[in-house]
Design a protein around this ligand. Structure first.
Ligand code: NAD
Length: 336
């Protein structure tokens, strides 16, 4: 019996090989985790008629925690993405995506910011329809309770992580009601956190500032659509998709997963970089209060990356997914 029970969702495409590499590293940290393997994704449609079988839902409900590899989204009608379904079923309203420089991936700036994206409302509420043959309409839904809870999440998170500044990203100068409500809720919540600097920035200006001076940003809180776009921009600014981790957090359940997809063209080749899912695993360890193990893995990963001998193709190396993970495990032993 492990100290923690976590639902393991290896996912599809390159997901399973990445997941096993990540598990190798996390298990080597000494944190006792009992992994409960469950299925999710396209293969489940044939077997169970759904992307997200009941058995998987029950496991996540029991364990309250899951680590997920990427899944493949079916193109065309019929089924939603597994991720969208997970967000809905567990009300995973906060999407947390840190963007931190990786010393081995040389960039002209040093960046260490966190995007906190509202995950359930905005244009992603999936209220779309044809008004006529020539006019399509998508409703942007922003609610006061939804905006209050994401703002409160962002400030609580900032306080816990010792962050100094939280900025609300919006377009309230044009969308006065929807984004105006989001901004007003942010300002209301900010009053409860006087030690944290609160500010706001219009989304287009924010995009420009992020590219020019990314080191000036700390914590950003964004409605769904801006959060989706800007967090990918930040992933590119920091170290690329192979390194972008994430977490989806709800009132009772937290699911940790990388920003990238299943990269199906590399499936089964032991080729891709597992760092983003490993980074998500490190976030999960921090969520559990296992700071020592989180730090140990992070340090070993960066040491292996800086040495450059056992790194994957996207970092300019020839090591496979497994060899890179094994090198991190070996490094952890020397750093103990
Ligand atoms: P992708 O992120 O899977 O891959 C795009 C490219 O990025 C790859 O071809 C590869 O060159 C590179 N890349 C991605 N991950 C990498 C890694 N770990 N190491 C090294 N290089 C990496 O995006 P896509 O091709 O647009 O999507 C493939 C499938 O994944 C689609 O079905 C999409 O819907 C799905 N998807 C899933 C998630 C998720 O499960 N969280 C997220 C995004 C996309």
């Amino acid at each position: 019996m492990g100290k923690y029970k976590v639902t393991a969702l290896p996912g599809e495409g390159t997901g399973p090989e990445i997941f096993e590499a990540v598990r190798l590293v996390i298990d080597a940290s000494g944190v006792e985790i009992e992994w409960e393997y469950e299925e999710i994704g396209l293969d489940c449609i044939e077997k169970y008629g759904t992307l997200l079988p009941d058995k998987t839902i029950q496991s996540i409900n029991r364990n309250k925690l899951a680590l997920k590899g990427p899944t493949t989204t079916p193109v065309g009608g019929g089924h939603k993405s597994a991720n969208v379904t997970l967000r809905k079923v567990f009300d995973l309203y906060a999407n947390v995506r840190p963007a931190k420089s990786v010393p081995a991936m040389k960039r002209p700036w040093d960046i260490d910011l966190i995007n906190i994206r509202e995950n359930t409302e905005d244009c992603y509420a999936a209220i779309e329809h044809m008004v006529s043959d020539e006019v399509a309409q998508c409703l942007k839904v922003i609610t006061w309770p939804g905006s209050l809870r994401i703002a409160d999440f962002a400030f609580t998170f900032a306080r816990r992580m010792g962050r100094k500044k939280v900025q609300c990203v919006h377009k309230a100068n044009i969308m006065k009601m929807t984004d105006g409500l989001f901004l007003e809720a942010f300002r209301t919540v900010a009053k409860n956190y006087p030690e944290i600097e609160a500010g706001d920035v219009i989304v287009d200006n924010c995009s420009m500032q992020l590219v020019k001076n990314p080191q000036n940003f700390d914590v950003l809180v964004l409605p769904n659509l801006y959060g989706d776009i800007l967090s990918d921009l930040c992933a590119g600014l920091s170290a690329g998709l192979g390194f972008a981790p994430g977490a989806n957090i709800g009132p009772t359940v937290a699911i940790f997963e990388a920003v990238h997809g299943s990269a199906p063209k590399y499936a089964g080749q032991n080729k891709v970089n597992p760092s983003a899912v490993l980074g998500s695993g490190i976030m999960m360890l921090r969520h559990l209060g296992e700071e020592k193990a989180a730090k140990q893995i992070d340090k070993a990963m960066h040491a292996v990356l800086l040495e450059g001998k056992h790194v994957t193709y996207d970092v300019g190396g020839t090591a496979g997914t497994h060899e890179y993970a094994q090198a991190i495990v070996d490094k952890m032993k020397t750093l103990k």
